[in-house]
Design a protein around this ligand. Structure first.
Ligand SMILES: [Zn+2]
Length: 275
C-alpha cells in the first residue's frame, strides 16, 4: 500500500500463536522510490518462504520496478532473513553497516554487499534519496534512514510502532534517539508495528520514558537497594508476570550499565550463592 509519495508498505501480520509476542503489530517491509523508475527495499524480514514470496509478490504488484538497492537496518534474523532469495531475484546490491558487511558477504558471496558510510546520501529512484544514520543502541550495526522528501524516518528496531524495543547499549541508544529527534521527522516508519504519524513526538516520548526510568532506578539506589531484582520490585508494578520480570531485570541492568559508564554508580563485587 502506498503510504507517502515515495513509500510503499508491505505489512506482514503474524500468527499470534507463534509470533504474537515477538513482533507486536507485525512487521513492515518498505519499497521506497518510484514504481515507474527504481525503488529500494528496506529490510527483508524473517527467513520464512511465505514471507519472502510475499515480498517478491508485492514487488510484482508494483510492476516489478528495478531495485536500486536493498537497505538493511541491522543484522538481526527478522531483518535479513529473506535476503538471500530477494537479492538473487532482484540482482540488487545490498547496503549495510560496515560491522554487518563481513557476515552478509560470507552468506551472499563477493561483489554484492556495499558498506554504507555514516550520513551517506543514497539515491533510490524517482528523485528520492535517503540519508543513512548510524544509530547504535538496539544493536551495534543499526542504521536508520531519513527520507527528507517525505519527512519519513525509517527507524528499524530503534523506535517501534506498537511497543518499546530491547536495548543492548543504553548510552549509545539515547544518543541515537537524540540524533533521530534532531531531524524532526513528521513520520516514523518502524520495522515492526504501526506507522507513526507524529514521528518527532514519538521519539521524544521514548527519550522521556527512558529518562524517567533512569530517575526511578537512581531513586531505588538512593534507598539503598543494591540488587537488580530489588530495584525491579521497587520500580515496576508488583504483579509483573514472570517473563516480563526477566525483561524488566534486563532493562534495569542496561540502566545500571549506563550509570556505571557515566561514573555515577559504582559496581561492587558480585556475590555468589549455591543453586
Ligand atoms: Zn526486529
Amino acid at each position: 500500500m502506498q503510504v507517502t509519495p515515495h513509500v510503499y508498505r508491505h505489512h506482514i501480520e503474524e500468527d499470534v500463536e507463534s509470533f504474537g509476542a515477538m513482533h507486536p503489530g507485525g512487521s513492515n517491509i518498505y519499497f521506497v522510490g518510484s514504481p515507474q523508475d527504481r525503488m529500494a527495499i528496506v529490510d527483508t524480514g524473517e527467513h520464512y518462504r511465505d514471507w519472502t514470496y510475499g515480498i517478491l509478490d508485492y514487488h510484482q504488484k508494483l510492476g516489478k520496478p528495478r531495485i536500486s538497492c536493498i537497505l538493511i537496518s541491522h543484522g538481526h534474523g527478522d531483518h535479513v532473513g529473506g535476503l538471500d532469495r530477494i537479492q538473487e531475484a532482484t540482482g540488487a546490491p545490498v547496503r549495510c553497516h560496515p560491522k554487518l558487511a563481513p557476515r552478509l558477504e560470507k552468506a551472499l558471496g563477493p561483489g554484492v554487499v556495499v558498506k554504507i558510510g555514516d550520513k551517506e546520501s543514497i539515491a533510490l529512484g524517482g528523485g528520492a534519496s535517503v540519508a543513512a544514520l548510524y544509530t547504535p543502541g538496539h544493536e551495534d550495526d543499526h542504521i536508520c534512514y531519513y527520507l527528507a522528501a517525505d519527512s519519513v524516518m525509517f527507524t528499524g528496531d530503534t523506535v517501534l510502532g506498537s511497543s518499546t524495543g530491547t536495548v543492548r547499549h543504553l548510552g549509545e541508544y539515547m544518543r541515537s534517539l537524540e540524533l533521530l529527534a534532531s531531524y524532526n521527522p513528521a513520520r516514523v516508519f518502524p520495522a515492526h508495528g504501526g506507522l507513526v504519524e507524529d514521528g518527532a513526538a514519538r521519539i521524544r516520548s521514548y527519550i522521556a520514558h527512558r529518562n524517567e526510568r533512569e530517575q526511578q532506578v537512581l531513586a531505588a539506589l538512593r534507598k539503598g537497594l543494591a540488587d537488580v531484582y530489588d530495584i525491579v520490585d521497587d520500580v515496576y508494578p508488583k504483579d509483573l508476570r514472570r517473563n516480563l520480570r526477566e525483561a524488566a531485570a534486563r532493562n534495569v541492568r542496561t540502566h545500571l550499565a549506563k550509570l556505571v559508564e557515566e561514573g555515577r554508580v559504582a559496581e561492587s563485587e558480585p556475590r555468589y550463592v549455591l543453586k
